[in-house]
Ligand binder design. Sequence first.
Ligand code: SAM
Ligand code: SF4
Length: 324
Amino acid sequence: MDAHGRTLDYLRLSITDRCNERCLYCMPEGYHGWRSRPDHLTREEIVRVARTAARLGFRKFRLTGGEPLVRADVVDIARDLASLPGVSCVALSTNGLRLAELAAPLRAAGLRTVNISLDALNPELYRRITGGSLARVLAGIRAAVACGFECIKLNCVLMRGVNEQEIWPLTLFAAEHGLPLRLIELMPITSTEVLDERHFLPVAAAMRLLQQHDDLIPVPEARLGWGPARYYRLRHTGALVGFIGALTTPHFCDQCNKMRLTADGKIRPCLGDHGELDLRALLRRGASDAELEQLLQEAMARKPLAHSFRQGFTPCRPMTAIGG
Ligand code: SAM
Ligand code: SF4
């Protein structure tokens, strides 16, 4: 429980700040601020943090980054986390580029659910937004579906004038494959040219755009994966679409249940607040389990009531370093 009565049971673990893409909204152009390898938490350190968090009531852990699948020991980390007492779900967020080869070993290791970023279905536009290959991502999605994960969601970041024309094709694709699609408002995390008002597309505008094609029926009971999305079923296509309006949804943070561990071992209670506590320093000076628990509890107590994105938030660490 945090100071505002919210149950915190979900920890997102950034296992690397490296990435094999460079999305317009995530990584500043020409970014070279990577942490050196020794700055990253080791597999053992990550698992120790997760074990401590599980003792405090955290039940769900998500591997993220940067791109978690570029880390060589990602399957071992997933297996270690899945076997911890009290853990009910180990999940992954990925750009999908390496999923074709890693989906099966990750599933066998105990990974249960996967979120795959997919901002466009037009290969040239996909490359312009991310720098990556759409064909490889689609192969990754097919592999994940074939492995029988409990839930696979597609994530699209909304950018006016960049990918709004992709929203309907993405919805049809999601319906065809029976995968939920989440449309995410651009957050001012990283300073790149795309993060200004001209490119901001509120979820309400995306909803209006979908309503030109189909009827949206609210599905208030759908809370897939413990997240903040509000879901709608499209009457004719059958697609399930979730809207994540971090900037425009009133009371967006009221139900927030998560904290983040950065790749360099800081505990960050809120994505949209710069406060962080240094867990790595404790780990590396041989702290006891009780000391680790105390620091995690302090982070939980410091979790702000709401993010500060609307209060002149200045981007500081890029999303790749924090773990989206
Ligand atoms: N590399 C993986 C991926 O792309 O899914 C995991 C890390 S990424 C930082 C996690 C999520 O954050 C992705 O769904 C990505 O689209 C989202 N994201 C990154 N920057 C964002 C921004 N400025 N606003 C909204 N979402 C963002
Ligand atoms: Fe990499 Fe994911 Fe950020 Fe894109 S959103 S640059 S894939 S970490």
